[in-house]
Each structure stands twice: as C-alpha cells, then as structure tokens.
Design a protein around this ligand. Structure first.
Ligand code: PLP
Length: 366
C-alpha cells in the first residue's frame, strides 16, 4: 500500500472476508445447494405475495421503525414491540451491537467453533476476538466464564451453534449469564431456535425479560425461507434497543422485507410443516451417514456437521470435490477450525437421498 493511501482502522486488515456458501458447480447444471442452511421448502406463499405487492410502491421510503414487522413479531412471541429492533439480517444486528459496545483493545468472547460473524465484527471494531475451547464441539460454559476479563464487552453464544449444530440447555445459559459482570453484554444468537425439539432448550427470551445485559437475536433467513430479503431481529432490554436504534441506518429494513416478514409470521402452518420436515429428515440423514462409517455431530438445527477421515482421497476436501462433480454443494468449514468436516443443510427428500447416494459411492460402500 502506498504511503498516501487511506489507512483503514486497526483490525480491518486482519479480517479474512466472509466466504458465503457456494451456489454453482463446475458443470453449470442446477446444483443441489445445501451450503447455507436455507429451508428446502421456500417461504410461505403469503410472504411471496406480500413481497410482490410492494412492487407498486417502490418510490416510497420504508417505515424506518419497521413498525408492522415488530408488531407481528411481538404478537407471535408475546413480547413488547418497543424492545424489538429489526435489522438487515441478524448479521447486521451482530455488527451494530459490536460497533456500539466494542472499541480498540476490548475483548469479545465466543466458543471456538462459534458463528464466524462474531470474530469478523469484533475485528472490524478494533476489538480482540477471544475464541474459547469447546468440549465435544459444544460451548464450554466454565471455560467461557474463565475467559472473561475486565476488558470483555460482549459474550456471543450461538444456541444452537452453526456449524456444529450443538446447543446448551437453558440452565447452562443461565449459569453463564449469572457469572458475567453486569456491564458485559450476553448476546444469544438463536437463529435456529424454531428447529430445536428439546425440553431443556430456551431461545433466550426469558433471560432478556429478566435482565439488563442480555439480548437475543433471531432471523427470517432460516425456517421462514426469506434469506434473500435480509431480515433479522433482536429482543433487548429497553436501554439496549435505544442504543441499537441510534447506530442503525434509519431505513435498514426495506419495505418488501417488512411486508413479507409480516405475512411469514402469520403463516404458522408453513413453519409447522418446515419443523415436521426437519424432524423427519434430520434423523434420517444422520443415521444414513453413520451407516457409511462417517461421524456426524448430533444436531438440533436444520443441518449436520459431517466428519471425514483424514486419509488422502477420503478427506473433506476430496469429498467436497466429489460431490461438486455431481452437482451437490455442501459447505467447507475450514474457516471455523474444522478442516476435516463438511456441513450439510437438510434438503428436500430427493436432495437428501442424492447426498447419501453420492457419499455411499465416495466412501466405496457400493
Ligand atoms: C448462528 C447464525 N447467526 C446468524 C446468522 C445470520 O443470519 P442472517 O441471514 O439473519 O444474517 C446465521 C446464518 O447462517 C447463523 O448461522
């Protein structure tokens, strides 16, 4: 870089740009894309209709407060709409919260295989990422508590986590929160909450309601099938909602997203069908892959983490290439410190069967 070039803030050049799940394969055939944890069922037809209807009003700014969307979310979840902030995906909310609370030299704690955006957002603010060792690919609450120092500003917890698919029970989340100083913000990222079928799981709403330093984030990108529209939301203590509202762009959620989000929230049946689909196919994929001798981390989300052998020709890189040749795109997760794994989103029945058939061949079982 020449001496005269503008110089970015400290930390920015340490960021390896986020590489999204791929969407094309070498042959140019329409791929089976199972790389970004999108729902195979698409959005609610009502959401698509609401999106289309917005085409007649593109000259108008959106409602900067996303009032209708916050109201719909609040009604559905029994929350106070004033304490909900919407964003252009939960990615934007992760960035906004980090910008609001983290500065140069401040520390941000998260589990070592936690969602990558926590690290990227921290570096973008000149903060110091503090990844914490996990136990059996699960967040280790004791180790996270130990990692907190007087410089810690935020603890991020993806629950369930991507890409591992593991979760920690609400008692563990409470224990983590109870050990944090009141000036440390606990961000519970519950992007996959709707998929979890466990009695000891809670998305974080209760903890937000009963404390001043916890926020919970959710997204319309996964079970609602609206990833393209970029809609996320955070449920916050009033004071924190006020802070995020100060730093966000005044029109950060667009009109089509608001309209589609409202319609999606109203279509409970569509969500139920998506949950039932996942309940049917997640165990099937898990069991079939295990039959091939592959290790699969137990997942409560809509995806599985598949562990490949380290032998040359049988490793994750080879599996990825083999699958791509057959038009199947899974997700490499080396950037998450998991170079021997691929992450697979649960797809349609035929997608799932196609992956199992291809991996059967790859593992030499046929
Ligand atoms: C744990 C987790 N949080 C947040 C996100 C981002 O979601 P959004 O599309 O709402 O930005 C993802 C997407 O993969 C995720 O896995």
């Amino acid at each position: 870089m020449s001496l005269k070039a503008p110089v970015p803030q400290p930390g920015i050049l340490d960021i390896d740009p986020y590489v999204p799940g791929e969407s094309t394969t070498p042959g140019g055939v329409k791929p089976i894309k199972l790389s970004s944890n999108e729902t195979p069922l698409g959005p609610s037809p009502a959401a698509i209709a609401a999106f289309k209807a917005e085409a007649d009003h593109l000259d108008r700014y959106p409602d900067g407060g996303a009032t209708a969307l916050r109201k719909a979310i609040a009604e559905r979840h029994g929350l106070n709409p004033d304490r909900i902030v919407c964003g252009a995906g939960s990615d934007e909310l992760i960035s906004l919260v980090t910008h609001a609370y983290v500065g140069t030299g401040d520390e941000v704690v998260y589990a070592e295989h936690g969602f990558l955006m926590y690290k990227l957002a921290t570096l973008a603010c000149g903060g110091t990422p503090v990844p914490v060792k996990e136990q059996a690919l699960r967040a280790d609450v004791d180790a996270m508590i130990k990692a907190v120092t007087p410089r810690t500003k935020i603890v991020f917890l993806a629950n369930p986590n991507n890409p591992t698919g593991t979760y920690i029970p609400h008692e563990e989340v409470r224990r983590l929160h109870a050990a944090l100083p009141s000036n440390v913000l606990l961000v519970i990222d519950a992007a996959y909450a709707e998929y979890v079928r466990r009695n000891d799981y809670e998305s974080g709403i209760e903890l937000v309601s009963s404390s001043e330093n916890v926020i919970m984030m959710r997204t319309f990108s996964k079970i609602y099938g609206l990833a393209a529209l970029r809609i996320g939301w955070a449920y916050c203590p009033a004071g924190i909602a006020d802070i995020i509202n100060r730093v966000r762009g005044p029109f950060n959620v667009n009109s089509a997203a608001i309209a589609a989000g409202v319609a999606a929230m109203a279509d409970r049946n569509h969500v139920e069908v998506a949950i039932a689909h996942n309940e049917r196919w997640l165990p099937w994929v898990d069991a079939e892959l295990k039959k091939l001798g592959l290790d699969v981390t137990p997942s409560v989300g809509n995806f599985v983490l598949i562990h490949f052998p380290t032998d040359k020709g049988k490793d994750a890189v080879s599996a990825d290439a083999f699958l791509k040749q057959r038009g199947i795109i899974l997700r490499r997760v080396a950037a998450y410190g998991l170079p021997q794994c691929l992450r697979m989103t649960i797809g349609t029945e035929s997608d799932n069967r196609a992956v199992v058939a291809a991996l059967t061949e790859f593992m030499g079982r046929k």
